[in-house]
Design a protein around this ligand. Structure first.
Ligand code: HSE
Length: 301
């Protein structure tokens, strides 16, 4: 059995821990049940080929085990599975690679157990493993999602999926989400709270009305990007380069260091080129992907 899980970009600027979107870049997780095999065999391909752990520390495997435990299923364990993980999502941060492993594990384990859990139960369990919902939800539902976590229960709403391209610009250094969350302040200034509330309203209006000119203001943020920008050289300059090249809006992707720009198809190559150029001129090497929104979320293939 095999599951395909999309990359995700979280926050979309001001919607910290609330907004997320699924993108057309994928990880694939495949599992074969081999009753006679004595030790599970991991095959890793793609970006995680050398760095992902094989065995009990593997997040995909851990997530599967959580579901087997919840369902009281003891047939599958580390002794009798063949696991193949093909990572098409870069690991440097901001593209939901951990969320994809969790969603892959939860969805696949549930499918192996004849889908005993429904979508809401899977969603709540996956968010519990990750801690915050904004990568997990779009990885499961696809499209652009709004989510809120109340205790162990998550509420989800989906926005219309626009025909925009997303340029993801990925610098060649890593920033772990844990560190990128630790540096955030404990309290938010009231003026910044009002600023972000207005931007989130414009962000929602832009996608609901397809008036993408609203994304320029709707992707501004004062709650997390200014702090994270201190660890991402030239973040503001590269975002500005995207806007000057025709992007409707641009922001830090999740907790970074990846940056995301949202633009029409005709401007995508120009946006991609100029974001890379801006970083390169300052000695930061970067790759950029031109992607679509993924409307399906995780699917068994
Ligand atoms: N909302 C989370 C954060 C996403 O910004 O820390 C992490 O990918």
């Amino acid at each position: 059995m095999k599951v395909r899980v999309p990359a995700t970009t979280a926050n979309l600027g001001p919607g910290f821990d609330v907004f997320g979107a699924a993108l057309s870049l994928y990880n694939e997780f495949e599992v074969e049940y081999v009753p006679k095999v004595k030790k599970t065999h991991f095959t890793l391909k793609g970006f995680g080929k050398k760095s992902l752990p094989k065995g009990e520390k593997n997040l995909f495997w851990q997530s599967m085990q959580k579901i087997f435990n919840v369902l009281g299923e003891d047939k599958y364990n580390l002794k009798n599975l063949n696991i193949i993980i093909n990572t098409g999502i870069p690991l440097s941060g901001g593209m939901g690679s951990s969320a994809s492993a969790i969603v892959g594990g939860v969805v696949l384990a549930n499918a192996l157990c004849k889908n005993k859990l429904d979508k809401t139960q899977i969603t709540n369990l996956a968010v519990k493993i990750e801690g915050h919902p904004d990568n997990i939800i779009p990885a499961i539902y696809g499209g652009i999602c709004i989510c809120s976590k109340n205790g162990n229960h998550v509420t989800v709403a989906q926005l219309p999926v626009p025909k925009l391209k997303i340029v993801l610009c990925v610098p060649d250094f890593e920033l772990r989400t844990k560190l990128s969350r630790q540096i955030l302040p404990k309290y938010v200034d009231f003026k910044d709270f009002v600023f972000n509330t207005s931007r989130v309203a414009f962000l929602t209006a832009a996608f609901c009305s397809s008036d993408f000119s609203l994304l320029k203001i709707g992707m501004q943020d004062k709650v997390h990007q200014p702090y994270r920008g201190k660890m991402i050289p030239l973040m503001d300059e590269v975002l500005e380069a995207a806007l000057l090249s025709g992007a409707h809006g641009a922001c830090l992707s999740g907790s970074g260091p990846t940056l995301a720009a949202f633009c029409s198809a005709k401007d995508a190559v120009n946006v991609q080129r100029n974001m890379i150029k801006k970083w390169k001129r300052n000695s930061v090497r970067a790759n950029a992907y031109i992607l679509n929104f993924d409307a399906k979320g995780a699917v068994i293939i």
